[in-house]
Ligand binder design. Structure first.
Ligand code: ADP
Length: 599
């Protein structure tokens, strides 16, 4: 059951995790799409902007060679060979227009005048007939070209215009060169990643110098021949750029992936590639995922908080339930316990009642038997005494019979005497009429000083004690020990205990009988100690039950302790017996002291 619960819990956890992962992946995908769209719009705008900047930079200078080609001084310089004035003029024009170089070539491609006439690396005297822009201009059209400078080795944009004479014959070429390096550098300084490829797919301008003069695609033999003939890139290897164009406007350049946008412009048939790092999109998408996970965590924490509060409440309620259930259980157990005790008490009381009624019946029987037999026995004793008179002549045999009869009658008298001793209190005379008497059950109780009880027993049993040569040691307190009770019945108990002790010690030499009276914790104790053999093991458990005796018939009836215990109980006390460690028996009679206020 527990395993099943654990398994389903694990499944719920896994499903939740799966849902969370799916949500986060969707968030990532969605965010990526949105940011990609935004970024693509941005790079399209940027590509268009840089395209127009470059176009305007190129167009800006295009008019200059055209004007020069129609300048009379250029014309006369070509015709007459007056080049010094021309040089100065070109120098001023170049400076004013902020172009790098202006120069005039004859129809052989030889430079006859140049704005850099003062410089060490002046173009004057150099022949650029191999340049395509010159060849185009010779045909009467404007020539445009991008190449690395053959003299200066500085790359630049060349524009050449044919110079016509009056017969529309080309007599020379006016050329301008613009270095686009500073413009590209300003883009690089702005942190942009841009490269421009020409119609052959060779990178001619680039914010990253590594990409420059590298080809985007394999070059055809024709293109390679043209480049070589025009000495466009001098002897640069034009190796292939490690570039791969991917779907969705993505390209991989080296080890880095970029988003890119191409913008083409009509002049020279060039393409401008604007690149943007993809990281931004990934980073922003990751931020979106992070925010989504934080929101999900907060929601989850909130849910868990509410759930744990609910569980806590349910736990409290169930604890409360189990507490009250426990309480009910305890009450039930208490009740059951109480009932069991009551049942035990009832059984005990019933047993005691049975015993008491047995003893009472026995007492009555003893009283009536001793009364009924008492008179015939004393009559028999009288007849026997009369027969024993000296006037009555009897032969020896008759005398023997008489003696035997005498002994039998004496024994019968002893038995009736014993029976009388056990007779119930109602059936024997008491010294009633003492003041402040109370009734307990069917008996009348008075204040009794237990010291008097012991003294009374000493008097009654004095003869027997002397006869058996027993030392009697009595210890009494100096103060009165008062209980509520029946003195005669208590004396009866004590006589019985003393008699049993004397019987137990009858075979002993140097007999000692101790009777102690003392008070402890509101209870009086009379202890009777002897030096006999101690309690017989075989009857030690049933000592206080009627008719339990080890004595022979005529010696004892096994009623003494049963009746004594019953009398002590009637006084609210208890009679106990044990064999002493030193040998001999100890009987202890405990009765509560009479407290003022007791009735
Ligand atoms: P009975 O004296 O008629 O036998 P009791 O009820 O007085 O009846 O005594 C029961 C038995 O208890 C006795 O038979 C005896 O075996 C034992 N008993 C009583 N008192 C003593 C004692 N002081 N020492 C040893 N045994 C005793």
């Amino acid at each position: 059951m527990f395993r099943l619960f654990k398994q389903s819990k694990n499944i719920i956890r896994l499903t939740t995790l799966l849902i969370a992962v799916i949500i986060l992946m969707s968030v990532y995908g969605g965010a990526r799409q949105v940011y990609w769209g935004n970024e693509f719009d941005r790079i399209s705008d940027r590509a268009a902007l840089y395209n127009s900047t470059l176009v305007s930079a190129l167009k800006h200078y295009q008019y200059l060679p055209f004007i020069l080609a129609r300048d009379p001084i250029v014309f006369s310089g070509l015709k007459i060979g007056e080049t010094q004035i021309l040089n100065q003029r070109l120098e001023i024009f170049a400076k004013q227009a902020q172009v790098n170089h202006l120069y005039i070539m004859d129809t052989k491609g030889k430079v006859i005048a140049a704005s850099n006439w003062r410089a060490e690396q002046t173009f004057i005297g150099k022949t650029y007939a191999f340049r395509p822009y010159f060849q185009t201009a010779l045909t009467g059209r404007r020539g445009e070209f991008f190449a690395i400078g053959a003299t200066t080795l500085v790359p630049g944009y060349f524009v050449a215009e044919p110079i016509f004479d009056r017969d529309d014959e080309v007599i020379g070429v006016a050329t301008m060169k613009v270095d686009l390096g500073p413009l590209i550098q300003s883009w690089a300084d702005g942190g942009e990643k841009i490269f421009v490829s020409n119609s052959d797919g060779i990178v001619v301008l680039s914010t990253d110098p590594v990409w420059k003069y590298r080809s985007l695609q394999p070059l055809s033999t024709e293109a390679l021949t043209n480049i070589e003939q025009g000495r466009q890139f001098l002897n640069k290897p034009l190796s292939a750029l490690n570039i791969e164009f991917l779907p969705d406007n993505e390209l991989r350049l080296g080890a880095v992936n970029y988003l890119y946008q191409v913008s083409s412009f009509p002049i020279l048939n060039w393409n401008l590639h604007y690149l943007a790092a993809k990281d931004v999109i990934i980073q922003r998408s990751q931020h979106a995922v992070l925010i989504a996970s934080i929101i999900m965590s907060i929601l989850l924490a909130g849910y868990l908080l509410i759930r744990s509060a609910r569980i806590k409440r349910a736990l409290c309620a169930s604890e409360e339930d189990s507490r009250s259930l426990r309480k009910l259980n305890e009450e039930l157990e208490r009740e059951i316990d109480e009932r069991r005790r009551a049942e035990l008490r009832l059984a005990l009381t019933q047993k005691e009642l049975k015993q008491a009624s047995k003893l009472a019946a026995l007492g009555q029987l003893a009283a009536s038997v001793s009364h009924e037999l008492g008179q015939p026995i004393s009559a028999m004793q009288n007849y026997l005494a009369f027969a024993d008179l000296p006037d009555n002549k009897m032969d020896g045999e008759t005398i023997d019979v008489m003696l035997h009869l005498n002994r039998l009658v004496a024994r019968m008298g002893k038995i009736t005497k014993q029976l009388k001793f056990f007779a119930s209190p109602q059936t024997i005379s008491t010294d009633a009429g003492v003041s402040s008497a109370t009734v307990s059950g069917t008996e009348v109780f008075h204040d009794v000083d237990l010291r008097d009880v012991i003294e009374g027993v000493r008097e009654i049993m004095g003869g027997n004690i002397q006869l058996t040569q027993t030392n009697l040691k009595i210890e009494l307190p100096k103060f009165a020990v008062i209980i509520r009770g029946d003195r005669l019945r208590l004396e009866q108990v004590l006589i019985n205990l003393v008699r049993n002790s004397l019987d137990a010690m009858k075979d002993n030499d140097g007999q000692l009988l101790e009777v102690n009276l003392f008070v402890k914790h509101g209870t009086s104790y009379i202890n009777v100690l002897d030096r006999g053999p101690g309690l017989p093991k075989e009857i030690s458990e049933q000592l206080f039950e009627p008719f339990v005796t080890t004595k022979s018939s005529g010696e004892g009836m096994g009623l003494g302790l049963a009746i004594s215990a019953s009398i002590v109980e009637d006084h609210g006390g208890e009679l106990k017996a044990r064999t002493r460690n030193t040998g001999g028996a100890e009987f202890s009679m405990a009765i509560p002291l009479f407290q003022t206020g007791d009735t």
